[in-house]
Design a protein around this ligand. Structure first.
Ligand code: FE2
Length: 179
């Protein structure tokens, strides 16, 4: 446990917050790698639009990882940013699609964002009681990520407002429904 932390919070509470943030740091590191993987593997009609839509998101998510890592250090703990940390912290599977169409990747990415945003919201809830400053950081990130999730879903939405990925449980299933 840390021997010091930011004023107005106990070292025990700081450790609890850091623990939650470490999991979010690994999730953010995994997400920006996954986004680059999609950027490199997407093919077919409307390639360039999606290829180029992804890069600003990579930069944003990479910046968010930096913010979370520095928050962990501010709280007196040591952020772990290695590939091994991602592997150790993650409770989700590796992204499953390789070279595939725009619709297939966006459908799989829809599910990635559902998982990520759900977990970020759970983190907001768990840190909110003890550290509103960390809560505020997570809220700001979630709002931007939800907007990008909408960008993704807008490609999968019909004029009646239905999503082609509706009911899909896996990335492969979502991709099949959208192809
Ligand atoms: Fe590129």
């Amino acid at each position: 446990m840390a021997t010091f932390t930011t004023p107005g919070i106990t070292t025990e509470n700081a450790a609890t917050v850091s623990h939650t943030l470490q999991e979010r740091l690994s999730a953010l590191n995994d997400l920006h790698l996954t986004l680059k993987h999609i950027h490199w593997n997407v093919v077919g009609t409307n390639f360039i639009g999606v290829h180029e839509m992804i890069d600003p998101q990579v930069d944003l998510v990479r910046g968010y990882a930096d913010t979370i890592a520095e928050r962990i250090a501010t709280l007196g703990d040591s952020p772990r940013g290695t590939a091994n940390a991602i592997e150790k912290d993650r409770s989700w599977n590796d992204y499953t699609l390789g070279r595939d169409t725009v619709q297939a990747h966006l459908a799989a990415l829809d599910l990635v964002y559902v998982g990520f945003i759900t977990s970020h919201r759970e983190a907001i809830k768990s840190v909110g009681e003890i550290d509103p400053v960390t809560e505020d950081i997570l809220i700001g990130q979630t709002a931007e990520l939800e907007k990008f999730h909408w960008f993704v879903r807008a490609h999968l939405e019909s004029y009646t407002g239905d999503l082609s990925t509706s009911g899909a449980q896996t990335e492969a299933q979502a991709a099949n429904q959208a192809r």
